[in-house]
Design a binder for this molecule. Structure first.
Ligand code: PMP
Length: 463
């Protein structure tokens, strides 16, 4: 098979893929029976598959391609860096220009408490660093009994041991006896799905108070940190009620634990601010980042470390026995720097806040009128549509949870738009460079997808 030519033999690729490739988060029997879709090119917000079909990338890859696909400036920056220094480590009392430049740039772009970064290769690795650094911090503070980290059910922090443990995905926990000891999960602020008969504000306060209750029950002297995504992404774009973050902030202000805001998705403009923490006015001590840091052009993540923690690590600590071969990889740092330059020069974050964000939100929220949609929500450029059997009744859900979401996701792909299914909702997170015309096209395809799904459900007698 010659994949170097511009002719892509779809069938041969699918067969070799099925024969030799284990995919992430994939049910292989189904995939192998259907054959994977082979993506061969991408430009802007458009993907092209091996059959020449164009598909609008409504998930920005996996929530990462802020600047859109195919920006040659990034490729050129990486090519140049590779010719100068393709790789060197940062362990041997050494550094290199791209790591230094990126660390300095991140200190400038992130909220003011952050002046240091610890580099990792991905969001999951960043959260492994979080897990270790939180405990290291309390050891250095002479409080080694402060070990428990509180996460949230249905939170997502990655797929490594620490990431899976901090996250609250029960299916993931079930595979391999996780979480590891010392992690405690509390309720998520998911009003639409779990709000019962409370109104949204009351539920937000209740969910926030679950944190206070957990800290008090576990004992503040045993709790090291609370970790949460400002907006849950993989859990279904769960936008907390307005009352949630102010109440959590107050609880954290009154208690001596670290706060970790996982900004792997919400960072780098996704909410219309550079960081979700700014959007909500929350002040994390540690901030894992990845994805939009390089727009996914090369893999890189990191943890932003607030002065409060960095001072202790630097001035009280000796050697922190932690780091990755690819921490601050020069080519990845070069990609990140080129990506951040594009975000800044083209004012892409401001555009999400003032222009394309509101434009897309208006179209997205209009889909809330559809008989199949129980809730259409969006902040910045991340949104969800909850698909329901009985409009106006949050308590009614489809039998065989997930089947309707998957059906709608498949229609969407066929119709030319990538959306992702989470339970029976569809989620969206397109590149931030989406144009107005592309937003119109996206909304048109999403509406057709809802119509197709509704018609199929009618035929099956499910609505
Ligand atoms: N944290 C959050 C909030 C995420 O959404 C993700 C990935 N979806 C991760 C961590 C893990 O990142 P990665 O897949 O790069 O390991």
């Amino acid at each position: 098979m010659n994949v170097k030519s511009n002719i892509y033999p779809t069938k041969a690729l699918q067969e070799a893929d099925a024969a030799h490739h284990l995919h992430p988060f994939t049910e292989h029997r189904t995939l192998n029976a259907e054959g994977s879709r082979i993506i061969t090119h991408a430009e802007g917000v458009w993907l092209t598959d091996s059959e020449g079909k164009r598909i609008l990338d409504g998930m920005a890859g996996l929530w990462c391609t802020q600047i859109g696909h195919g920006r040659h400036e990034v490729a050129e920056a990486v090519y140049k860096q590779m010719q100068e220094l393709e790789y060197y480590n940062l362990f041997f009392k050494t550094s290199h220009p791209p790591a230094v430049a990126l660390a300095e740039k991140l200190a400038e772009l992130t909220p003011p408490q952050f002046n240091h970064v610890f580099f990792a290769g991905s969001g999951s690795e960043a959260n492994d660093t979080v897990f270790r650094m939180v405990r290291y911090y309390w050891d250095l503070m002479g409080r080694p009994e402060k070990k428990t980290i509180i996460g949230r059910w249905n939170g997502y922090h990655g797929s490594t041991l620490a990431g899976t443990s901090l996250g609250g995905m029960k299916g993931m926990h079930g595979q391999g006896d996780l979480p590891v000891p010392g992690v405690h999960h509390i309720a998520q602020p998911y009003w639409f799905g779990e709000g019962g008969d409370m109104d949204e504000d009351a539920f937000g306060l209740w969910a926030a108070n679950e944190l206070a209750r957990a800290i008090d029950e576990l004992g503040e002297d045993k709790v090291a940190a609370f970790i949460a995504e400002p907006i849950q992404g993989a859990g279904g774009v769960i936008i907390p009620p307005d009352t949630y973050w102010p109440a959590v902030k107050k609880i954290l202000d009154e208690r001596d634990i670290l706060f970790v805001a996982d900004e792997v998705i919400t960072g780098f403009g996704r909410t219309g601010e550079w960081f979700g923490s700014t959007y909500y006015g929350i002040e994390p001590d540690l901030m894992p980042i990845a994805k939009g840091l390089s727009s996914g052009y090369l893999p890189i993540g990191g943890v932003m470390v607030a002065d409060k923690v960095a001072d202790v690590v630097i001035n009280k600590g000796g050697e922190f026995y932690h780091g990755y071969t690819y921490s601050g990889h020069p080519a990845c740092c070069a990609a990140a720097l080129a990506n951040l330059a594009i975000l800044e020069e083209e004012k892409i974050v401001e555009r999400v806040k003032n222009d394309i964000g509101p434009y897309l939100q208006k179209r997205w929220k209009a889909l809330g009128e559809h008989p199949l949609v129980g809730d259409a929500r969006m902040v910045g450029m991340m949104g969800a549509l909850e698909l329901v059997p009985v409009k106006g009744d949050r308590t009614k859900t489809f039998a065989n949870e997930g089947s309707v979401g998957t059906m709608a996701r498949d229609y969407s792909f066929e119709n030319g738009l990538v959306m992702r299914a989470v339970r029976d909702s569809l989620i969206l997170s397109p590149p931030l460079v989406l144009s107005h015309e592309e937003a119109d096209e996206l909304a048109r395809i999403a509406e057709k997808t809802l119509d197709d799904t509704y018609a199929a459900l009618k035929r099956e007698g499910r609505v």
